[in-house]
Design a binder for this molecule. Sequence first.
Ligand SMILES: C[S@@+](CC[C@H](N)C(=O)[O-])C[C@H]1O[C@@H](n2cnc3c(N)ncnc32)[C@H](O)[C@@H]1O
Length: 389
Amino acid sequence: MLPPLTAEEAQHSERVAALLRGELTARGGWLSFERFMELALYAPGLGYYSAGSVKLGAGGDFVTGPEVSTLFGRCVARQCRQVLGAVGGGILELGAGTGRMAAAVLTELAAHDALPERYAILEVSADLAERQRAELAALPPRLRERLVWLERLPQVPVRGVILANEVADALPCRRFRCSGAQVQELGVALAGGATAAAFRDCSAPADAALARACESLRGSLPGPLPEGYVSEVCLRVTPWIAALSECLEQGVVLLSDYGLPRRHYYHPQRSGGTLRCHFRQRAHDDPYINVGVQDITAWVDFTRVAEAAAAAGLEVSGFATQAAFLVASGLEGFVAEAAEGAAHARLAGEARRLIMSEEMGEAFKFMALTRGYDAALAGFALQDLRHQL
Ligand SMILES: C[S@@+](CC[C@H](N)C(=O)[O-])C[C@H]1O[C@@H](n2cnc3c(N)ncnc32)[C@H](O)[C@@H]1O
């Protein structure tokens, strides 16, 4: 059972639903799921990420690693320190959420006198960018002065580290259903006429791009997918990685997200896909309710990310579970350093949440994509899962 919407949320959701209905009607009654998700999450001033709901953190809809603990950002900082020490330059964080990871990374780097030339944030949500500014205003001036917010990716390639935690899962994806040798695209239609709020799945023949992507992914799986199998594919990953590659002169793109190598992602038993919605700390699988006030997300096919990286001239230099990455990056030492007592117990609890397999430790992965950086990355010293990609 999901908690009911407040009157304000219900009103806002109705405005987003009206926008979606208008788009559906203008396009002849059918929308790709990718477009539905894009509008539900990012329609200017209205979408879930663009408008003012709390979203992240304990009082919001879901909790990310940086929201669980500063330990997450401190471990990421360790990896940044190694790379920045070798190639210099700065950090660019994509989709910085509330700004907590930026604060933890900068604080940890400052403690080692290893601040980046600058810490740039590229955030598509105006609402979150405002929250980041408020959160990061509390940092000491010498950290604050490294911060800059960008409107788009840098035009001139940069050196250093590009960070993106739980951004790939928020890229709009397409949905498909296997039907004999064919693939049908699962899109969205109206359930009850142009004024009803209800949306429903509606299939159509896959267009050339989706058909090609599904053919290629089916060809790379060890066995056939069962009749009626439903899943999703994020075609936006490839241009996104290409754009990141274009703006990286030398250094590392460090991605972290929940996801799997392709053959586990598209396992015959995962027959309903990985699409999930988050509303007030409850996860469910109905994207057609609470539109505009709940998160919609899908797991990341890390094989697709690796393929996109190879096509863009980046090397996949590390792939490991979050647990392995954080432990290799000094998580246990950070906990041990904390003075005994309540602070220590709190940190130990947060560390468990980040690394226990039944919590975030196994489902979340770290992947490093490099250019012009040959040294072994410290965060991947304990585990190398690249053979699974
Ligand atoms: C699930 S939240 C994760 C926030 C934060 N990284 C964290 O871990 O707490 C997804 C974030 O990615 C941002 N985002 C989505 N698409 C983006 C894109 N193409 N470029 C940059 N940020 C994006 C959203 O606005 C949001 O801040």
